[in-house]
Design a protein around this ligand. Structure first.
Ligand code: IPM
Ligand code: MN
Length: 364
């Protein structure tokens, strides 16, 4: 297959982690005989510095014409004092909205080799495997009116029935193909938006009689998420709650650096790790590339329909972690190493036959 992939390295550790993920996609292409072309473009602080706009028109245009977009991270202290539309984050938000991406899939899995990497006890995190579906185009992030003055500031949390319907369908479809459990997280005891959210989710549920549905308030869910994470399969929630809960869920996996995401719903999918630009370790070959490499696997699956290739890349990551490899953020790693070297080990572990034993290049 031929595919044109736009790569947006962004800021901080973004360039280092996307470099490894692109090399992994290239390795997959070589192994399976695909032709991927990679085109880099500017976003975030890097774009502000280069042309005064965190999402240059040319970047959005390139993305619109691509088969998929792979992004590193945006943001950093250099741009913290900029006005909102000149901040790196607003480039990412405009990209998500500009591509019509309303469903953000954030899988959270605890790898058996990393059960000790979490500050939460191993017997609690063991076997965790959930999919957070975060609404991505609405809610507080985009709600109008919004305003700031030194005396008063306003943000608004709107959701329309249609916006809830479309993301709920994505979540139910996923649940139908997983363990058939869905929990919808809201604050319906306080917020009107959440009352509507609940009603619409119940309406969609009628079409999925095999999926067991629960509703939870976000405060008590935040506690349940770390107290009994194994109980959850698909978690459906609005934009800001999903942002917060997915960082919390990352604690279960052992590091924020491990978690990938796929943003879907529009014509072109966007794939990015859930972590930020980590300016404190940028440029030091310390960042964990796995979140971005697993985002590349999601790109293969969701944007290109290459399921076998996605599984092969995920298996390479699995086996690399099993062998004790990992960047220093992973307390379970017995062979800690740098970003580039971990990427190389993952590529060396890549094979069309993922059940084959580890190749000799991997120390065990
Ligand atoms: C994320 C990030 C972004 C968000 C920021 C960088 C705008 O935290 O992808 O989770 O809040 O959505
Ligand atoms: Mn976030």
């Amino acid at each position: 297959m031929e595919a044109r992939i736009v790569v947006l390295p962004g800021d901080g550790v973004g360039p280092e982690v996307t470099r490894e993920a692109v090399a992994c996609l290239q390795a997959v292409a070589d192994l399976y005989g695909h032709q991927f072309t990679f085109e880099e473009a500017l976003i975030g602080g890097a774009a502000v510095d280069a042309c005064g706009d965190p999402l240059p028109a040319r970047t959005l245009e390139l993305c619109r014409g691509a088969a998929a977009v792979l992004l590193g991270a945006v943001g950093g202290p250099a741009w913290d004092k900029h006005p909102r539309d000149q901040r790196p984050e607003s480039g990412l938000l405009r990209l998500r909205q500009g591509l019509g991406l309303y469903a953000n899939l954030r899988p959270v899995k605890v790898h058996p080799a990393l059960e000790d990497a979490s500050p939460v006890r191993p017997e609690i995190v063991r076997g965790t495997d959930m999919m957070i579906v975060r609404e991505l185009s609405g809610g507080l992030y985009f709600g109008e009116p919004r305003m700031f003055s030194p005396e008063r500031a306003v943000n608004t949390l709107p959701y329309s029935r249609e916006e809830i319907l479309r993301v709920a369908r994505v979540a139910f479809d996923l649940a139908q193909n997983r363990r058939r459990k869905l929990v919808s997280v809201d604050k319906a005891n306080v917020l009107e938006t959440s009352r509507l959210w609940r009603q619409v989710v119940d309406e969609v549920a009628v079409d999925y009689p095999e999926v067991a549905v629960q509703h939870a308030y976000v405060d008590s869910f935040a506690m349940a998420l770390v107290a009994r994470p194994r109980d959850f399969d698909v978690v459906l929630t609005e934009n800001l709650f999903g942002d917060i809960l997915s960082d919390e869920a990352a604690v279960l996996a052992g590091s924020l650096g491990l978690l990938p995401s796929a943003s879907l719903g529009g014509t072109v999918g966007l794939f990015e790790p859930i972590h930020g630009s980590a300016p404190d370790i940028a440029g030091r070959d310390q960042a964990n590339p796995i979140g971005t490499i697993l985002s590349a696997a999601m790109l293969l699956r969701h944007a290109l329909g290459l399921t076998e290739e996605a599984l092969a890349l995920e298996a390479a990551v699995d086996r690399t972690l099993h062998a004790g490899h990992g960047t220093s953020d992973l307390r379970g790693a017995t062979h800690p190493q740098g970003t580039a070297s971990l990427g190389a080990v993952i590529r060396a572990a890549l094979t069309k036959d993922p059940v084959k034993p580890l190749p000799g290049v991997l120390p065990t």
